[in-house]
Design a protein around this ligand. Sequence first.
Ligand code: AR6
Length: 184
Amino acid sequence: MQVNIGNTQIILKKGDITEEKVDAIVNAANSTLMGGGGVDGAIHLKGGPSILEECKKIRQTIYPEGLPTGEAVITTAGNLPSNYVIHTVGPICNGKWDKEKEKLLFNSYYNSLKLAKEKGLQTIAFPFISAGVYRCPKEEASKTALKATIEFIKKENFLKEIRFILFSENDYRIFEKNLKEIIK
Ligand code: AR6
C-alpha cells in the first residue's frame, strides 16, 4: 500500500529491511548499541563489523552510558544496500502500554526522521520498532509510528519516501488498517 501526504510517499511493504535500497534503514537497537537479536541482529550480521565499530565510537564519544530510549544516532551501513543505518531505541513494554511508552516510541520515530533530515536524506525505511523482543502492543505501537510519521511530514515537509517494512503478514495488516483509518 502507498499514499502521498504532502510531498512524501508513505509505503507499507512486507519484507526484510536488510534488503531495502534506501538512503537509511532504521535499526530497532538497544541502548548499548552493541547488537542483539531480531532486526538488530540481522542488520549487524548482514552489514558486517564496520557498523559495530562506528557504534563503539558513538558510545565512547557521545553516549558513554548508552543511547537513551527515544533518541537516534547514525552510522554507515557496511555491506547493506542502504547507505546509512539510523539506530534508535524503542521502549520496553512487556505487554503494557501507557502515555510514557507512547511518548518514547513517538520520539524514536520522530528523532530518526529528524536525523535523516539533518543528513539531507530522501528515503528511509523503518521496521516495526518495539514490536518484537520489547513486546509493545502492536495496535498502539503501529498507530504511534504512523502518527509520528505524519506529524513529521506535516511539520517538516521533508523526505521523499518513508517505508515501513513489516516482517509478517499480520503486522502488515495492522499497519494497512491503521493507515487507512488515519487518511480517511
Ligand atoms: N526485517 C524487518 N523486520 C524484522 C526483521 C527484518 N530482517 N527481523 C525482525 N523484524 P525486534 P524490538 C521485526 O525484536 O522489539 C534486539 O535484540 C520483528 O518481527 O527486532 O524493538 C535489540 O538488540 C518485529 O516486528 O525489536 C533489542 O535488545 C520488529 O522487527 C531488542 O531486540 C521489531 O522486533 C529490541 O526489541
